[in-house]
Write a protein that binds this ligand. Structure first.
Ligand code: GLA
Length: 389
């Protein structure tokens, strides 16, 4: 990603006038995976990689957009019956833009036309939510140049709807929420039922968050994701016959679950076990972070990985190798896959003094085992969507 000045100039050259600049971050989830669509708890933070959008309003209802990374332009008219563009693979960038425009224009806000220029340094397909960064940056840019303002939570909900309807993933709210509402130097404990959150200071002492991108993305990811969601719903349906009044896995205590878990088919039992235990791990992790107990925080991260690998079955060989290699290095408190899974990245908590050795060792050993050189990022917690000057 070049400088904001370059982005301004590129916009000017393409569209012949001056833009305003907006950006939204990628995210890494520290713990609380696949709990968001079960009305549970998550603990993500925004990372130091952002998607930038230069934008200027138009007098008509046309959206013209150029993506620098894809080197591709698109145009469409804002209208009540905007649909995903046929013939594009699910997840095509242009459908995110169309989805964001459609869902923001119809639900809470009234948009006008705009010219947009997009550029990003959030790695694609790395489980770091480049899609929510794109949605949030485009959405915030469209709203701002249309002189609309409102609650960022409503923006996040509209972006989630865009992902459901235009990208085909029945995702939870975590990614859009943190892209909109992330706070610098904090992780966000999000209650995915009430949609309230608590900003938890990221007090890591001499340790750092290190992200390892496995470089793999499994093609089945979005289908498998929707299947997991359906399995959890089925678990709730069956458990409710014995625990009347439960609305979601959030309402089931571990002890209660252990007593009746045998009524569930094996796969569904394991999916539910992951979600129920993961919610507890998030609560303990927040407490550990507040006390500065990094050793316990790290143990919870690693336990989360084991649960995702064994019970939820959303890890893959490459992620498991990365976690195993990480845990063998000195100065590592914990390691786990992060995000939806089936490829993407791991998140690691590593003592700063050991990071150089960690990067060297894990890169080398992972390349030897899997034939891929991992991309490794060291990041602090950033702020959410914003206008840049
Ligand atoms: C993806 C989804 C999120 C969340 C994670 C798993 O990133 O977009 O809503 O479900 O997977 O925790």
């Amino acid at each position: 990603m070049a400088s904001l000045e370059t982005l301004r100039l590129q916009f000017q050259q393409r569209y012949g006038r001056a833009p305003r600049l907006f950006s939204a971050p990628g995210r890494v989830n520290l713990i609380g995976e696949h709990t968001d669509y079960n009305e549970g708890f998550v603990l993500p933070m925004a990372i130091e990689r952002r998607t930038h959008v230069a934008a200027a309003p138009r007098a008509d209802r046309r959206i013209r957009v150029f993506s620098q990374e894809m080197n591709e332009a698109a145009e469409f008219e804002l209208s009540a019956d905007l649909q995903p563009l046929e013939g594009k693979p699910s997840g095509a960038w242009v459908n995110y833009v169309r989805g964001v425009a459609a869902c923001l224009d119809n639900d809470w806000f009234t948009l006008g036309g705009a010219d947009l220029f997009i550029t990003s340094d959030v790695p694609l397909g790395a489980g770091l939510s480049s899609s929510a960064a794109l949605e949030a940056a485009v959405g915030f840019a469209l709203l701002s140049v249309s002189e609309q303002s409102g609650s960022l939570l409503n923006v996040a909900l509209a972006l989630q709807k865009a992902e459901h309807e235009f990208a085909g993933t029945q995702c939870g709210i975590m990614d859009q929420y943190i892209a909109c509402l992330g706070q610098a130097d904090h992780a966000l404990l999000i209650d995915c039922r009430s949609l309230g959150c608590e900003n938890v200071p990221l007090q890591l002492g001499e340790a750092r968050i290190v992200i390892c991108n496995s470089g793999v993305r499994h093609a089945l990811a979005s289908g498998e994701y929707n299947t997991r969601r359906a399995e959890c719903a089925e678990g709730v349906r069956r458990l409710a016959q014995h625990l009347p009044g439960i609305q979601s896995l959030r309402d089931v205590a571990i002890e209660e679950f252990d007593q009746i878990a045998q009524i569930l088919p094996d796969a569904i039992r394991r999916r539910c076990n992951h979600v129920i235990t993961e919610n507890t791990r998030v609560a303990y992790a927040v407490d550990a972070l507040k006390r500065g107990d990094l050793a316990f925080f790290g143990k919870l991260m690693t336990a989360s990985h084991e649960s995702l690998r064994h019970d939820y079955e959303v890890s893959c060989q490459e992620l498991d190798v990365l976690v195993k290699l990480a845990l063998r290095q000195p100065g590592v408190y914990g390691a786990r896959m992060t995000g939806g899974g089936f490829g993407g990245s791991t998140v690691n908590l590593v003592e700063a003094a050991h990071i150089n050795f960690f990067v060297e060792k894990v890169s080398h050993e992972y390349a030897k085992a899997c034939g891929i050189t991992p991309e490794i990022l060291i990041t602090g917690a950033e702020g959410g969507v914003r206008e840049d000057q």
